[in-house]
Write a protein that binds this ligand. Structure first.
Ligand SMILES: [Zn+2]
Ligand SMILES: [Zn+2]
Length: 291
C-alpha cells in the first residue's frame, strides 16, 4: 500500500478481513477494507491515505471522490452499484450525480483526489455473494447518501462494512443532488436489522464489536436527522421562508466549521427537510429503548 509517508495500521476484523487506515479518518481521509480468500483478494474502497495494493480488484461502496483514490490508475476491475455507475464512468456523470458543477470543484477533485474516469467499471448485484474461495462478500444496497450506496457483508467473518453510514455524531450526509432523505432513513432502518459480529465504517468511528454497541452508535448517528428537522422547524417559526434563507444558520454545520462545498450541501439538505413528512424520522435512542 502507499501511505504518503504517514504511519499506517492494519486492523484485523476477522480471519479474512483487514482494515487499512492512517491515523486520521475524517473526510477527506478514510479506511478501506481488504478481503482475502483462497482464490482472490478484493479491496473495498480506497482512500487518500491508503491505496490498497496486491489485490485483484475493487468493490466501491459509492462514487464519492474520497473512496476512489487511485482506483482508475490501478487498471484493476471495478464493481459499483448500477445507480452510481455513470458517476464513476465520466466527469459529467459525477457532476450530475453530486450536483457540484463549479469548475473549481472539478479542479479540486482531479488534483487533490487524482480523480479519473473509470471507463471500464462494471455493476455489482446486491444480494449476490462474490466468492473469493472460502469467503464471500455480499453487497447490500443502502441508498440515500448516494443512489447506489452499498455496504458489504463478509462471511464467514460476520463483518459488515457500512461505507458512509459512518456512525458519526455529525449525522448522515444527504447533500448531493441525487441524495435522498427518505432512502437514507429507510437504509438506517434496514442496516439496523443486519446481524454481524463486527460493524465498521470508512470514516470516523471505525469498527464496533457486537450488535448492542452497533445499535447504540447507529441510533445516536440517525437521531441527528430529527435534530436537523427540529432546527428547520424553529427557523420556519422564526420567519425564515426557504432553504436559501436558512442556509448558514446551523441546521447542518455550525457556522464557521463547514467544508468548501458545505453551504450548497446544507441548502440541499434543508430543502429535503422542508419537503419531508416528519412522521418517519428516526426516534431518539431513549424512545427506542422504551419501545
Ligand atoms: Zn460519501
Ligand atoms: Zn466518504
Amino acid at each position: 500500500m502507499t501511505s504518503g509517508g504517514r504511519s499506517l495500521d492494519i486492523v484485523r476484523l476477522g480471519p479474512h478481513v483487514e482494515q487499512w487506515h492512517a491515523d486520521h479518518r475524517a473526510y477527506p481521509s478514510g479506511a478501506p477494507l481488504v478481503v482475502t480468500g483462497r482464490e482472490g483478494r478484493m479491496a473495498i474502497d480506497s482512500s487518500l491515505d491508503v491505496v490498497p495494493t496486491d489485490h485483484d480488484g475493487f468493490l466501491l461502496s459509492h462514487f464519492h471522490e474520497d473512496h476512489v483514490v487511485g482506483v482508475a490508475a490501478s487498471g484493476l476491475p471495478v464493481l459499483v452499484h448500477a445507480d452510481d455507475l455513470s458517476a464513476v464512468r465520466s466527469w459529467q456523470g459525477f457532476a450530475d450525480a453530486s450536483g457540484y458543477t463549479d469548475p473549481a470543484w472539478h479542479e479540486l477533485v482531479t488534483t487533490q483526489f487524482s480523480w479519473r474516469a473509470m471507463t471500464r467499471a462494471e455493476t455489482l448485484t446486491p444480494g449476490r455473494p462474490i466468492d473469493l474461495g472460502g469467503v464471500t462478500v455480499t453487497p447490500v444496497h443502502l441508498p440515500g447518501h448516494t443512489p447506489g450506496h452499498c455496504g458489504f457483508l463478509v462471511e464467514p467473518d460476520h463483518v459488515l462494512y457500512l461505507g458512509d453510514i459512518d456512525l458519526s455524531s455529525f449525522g448522515p450526509y444527504y447533500g448531493d443532488a441525487t441524495a435522498s432523505l427518505v432512502d437514507t432513513i429507510a437504509s438506517l432502518r434496514a442496516v439496523r436489522e443486519i446481524d454481524a459480529q463486527v460493524y465498521t465504517t470508512f470514516h470516523h468511528r471505525g469498527h464496533v464489536v457486537g450488535r448492542a454497541a452497533f445499535e447504540t452508535a447507529l441510533d445516536r448517528h440517525a437521531v441527528m436527522i430529527r435534530a436537523r428537522h427540529e432546527r428547520v422547524q424553529a427557523l420556519l417559526d422564526a420567519g425564515h421562508l426557504d432553504a436559501d434563507d436558512m442556509t448558514g444558520r446551523g441546521v447542518v454545520y455550525r457556522p464557521g466549521t463547514r467544508p468548501p462545498w458545505g453551504l450548497e450541501g446544507e441548502r440541499r439538505m434543508i430543502e429535503l427537510h422542508l419537503s419531508h413528512d416528519p412522521s418517519d424520522l428516526p426516534a431518539p435512542p431513549h424512545e427506542q429503548d422504551d419501545a
